[in-house]
Design a binder for this molecule. Structure first.
Ligand SMILES: [Fe+2]
Length: 417
């Protein structure tokens, strides 16, 4: 039919042209169909790509959101870590502070250390503590003390806060505080700004317990000190019946020894031990007959030997009293000499306990400047010369210098060399 249509039958168009046209027509149809199917395919693929792109975009948004969440979590973690680190540091500070607590530290020194350690838990607060009538707080790093209007125990916590606001002359919007069970001690965190985050109640409670423990320790220590001073004075009184000048001598030796100990910067506990040793240093003379101790003339060698036993006897008596063991050591060695020629053990130099070396100078100076049954008192300048001449032999030369400095500070004319 196509051949007929193209007139190939009648040979209007040559056969080769008709074949060419036929092939071209078929080719055209195939090309058109291919192009059409290609377009449909491209359209389909484009749609798929768009869909995939949309999914990708959505996925990307999810990832971004997760990233943001992770970043926020990371920030929270960093913040928590920083707070943990800071808490750990404060905790360590507090531990090292707690390990340094000793009843030998004076109340005011302890309160300053305590407030300084506690302040680190919340630098926004004004931290104050109340003990009895006194209120202590730190202001720009230095300790301040004010008196509340009345003594503890306070009728109520509000009363305490009211008194404190009045004493400090300022108003506080917020107060976190704890009062000890007996109402004697209180710890307060005071805030001027109500919006500031406050310290935790439990922490204040724990810190107040530390304060209470120290206060009880201190009271216990003070009772022990009073008791040992009472015992020392009782012994001294007994000795006074035996050797007439003992009380005055021992009291003066104590004054000199305490001044030396303080000038050397010894802590209060050591000062107290030296003070007690000064009062008791001649206690062993109880074992020496009164006639020997008060003999106006020179002692015989046997009598001298008897007198020389007094440091050992005193130490033996004292060492059985709990808390006075170190005092016994000082007393035992107060007649040792720097050059090792003393008694009872012939110790030399720094082998001799520091307290005993101090006592040795204080004892000698007091003895030299006082009248005795067997001799008249030396003048101050003669006694000073004796100390200087015997420095490095009988006495610790450095301590002699310390003693001379004390005398100079007190207006005593000291001519050295
Ligand atoms: Fe003595």
């Amino acid at each position: 039919m196509i051949i007929r249509y193209l007139g190939m039958e009648k040979r209007v168009v040559p056969r080769w042209l008709a074949t060419l046209l036929l092939v071209a027509g078929v080719g055209l149809v195939v090309f058109a169909s291919w192009t059409l199917s290609l377009r449909v395919l491209v359209k389909l693929k484009t749609k798929e790509l768009l869909k995939a792109n949309e999914e990708l975009k959505q996925l990307n948004e999810e990832i971004m959101a997760q990233q943001q969440e992770l970043s926020a979590l990371n920030e929270q973690l960093e913040d928590t870590y920083a707070r943990l680190e800071s808490s750990l540091k404060r905790f360590n500070d507090m531990l090292s502070f707690l390990s340094s607590i000793s009843p030998d530290v004076s109340r005011e020194r302890f309160y300053a250390m305590f407030l300084s350690a506690v302040q680190r838990f919340d630098t926004n607060a004004l931290v104050a503590l109340v003990n009895g009538r006194d209120c202590y707080f730190l202001n720009e790093g230095s300790m301040n003390k004010v008196e509340t209007a009345r003594s503890a125990p306070f009728d109520s916590k509000d009363e305490l806060v009211g008194l404190l606001k009045k004493a400090l002359g300022t108003n506080f919007e917020r107060v976190v505080y704890e009062v000890s069970g007996n109402g004697e001690t209180a710890l307060l965190f005071l805030y001027r700004d109500v919006a500031v985050r406050c310290v935790e109640d439990d922490l204040v409670k724990a810190l107040c317990s530390v304060l209470t423990i120290y206060t009880k320790l201190k009271e216990h220590e003070e009772t022990l000190t009073t008791l040992s001073e009472g015992v020392s004075h009782a012994f001294l009184k007994a000795l006074e019946f035996h050797e007439h000048h003992t009380v005055k001598h021992s009291e003066t030796v104590k004054e000199y020894a305490v001044k030396m100990a303080r000038k050397l910067g010894l802590d209060e506990r050591q000062v107290r031990l030296i003070s007690c040793a000064a009062l008791l240093h001649d206690l062993g003379k109880l074992a020496v007959p009164s006639a020997v101790l008060n003999k106006p003339g020179k002692l015989s060698p046997d009598e001298l030997q008897l007198v020389k036993q007094h440091p050992t006897i005193a130490a033996e008596i004292i060492q059985h009293i709990k808390g006075l063991e170190e005092v016994a050591k000082i007393v035992r060695h107060h007649h040792e000499r720097w050059d090792g020629k003393g008694y009872p053990d012939g110790l030399s130099g720094e082998e001799i306990p520091l307290g005993a070396r101090i006592l040795c100078i204080a004892d000698a100076f007091e003895a030299m400047t006082s009248n005795r049954p067997y001799r008249k008192a030396m003048s101050i300048s003669e006694a000073v010369s004796e100390l200087i001449n015997n420095a490095g032999e009988q006495f610790d030369p450095n301590l002699v210098q310390i003693f001379l400095e004390i005398l100079k500070e007190e207006g005593v004319s000291v001519v050295e060399g």
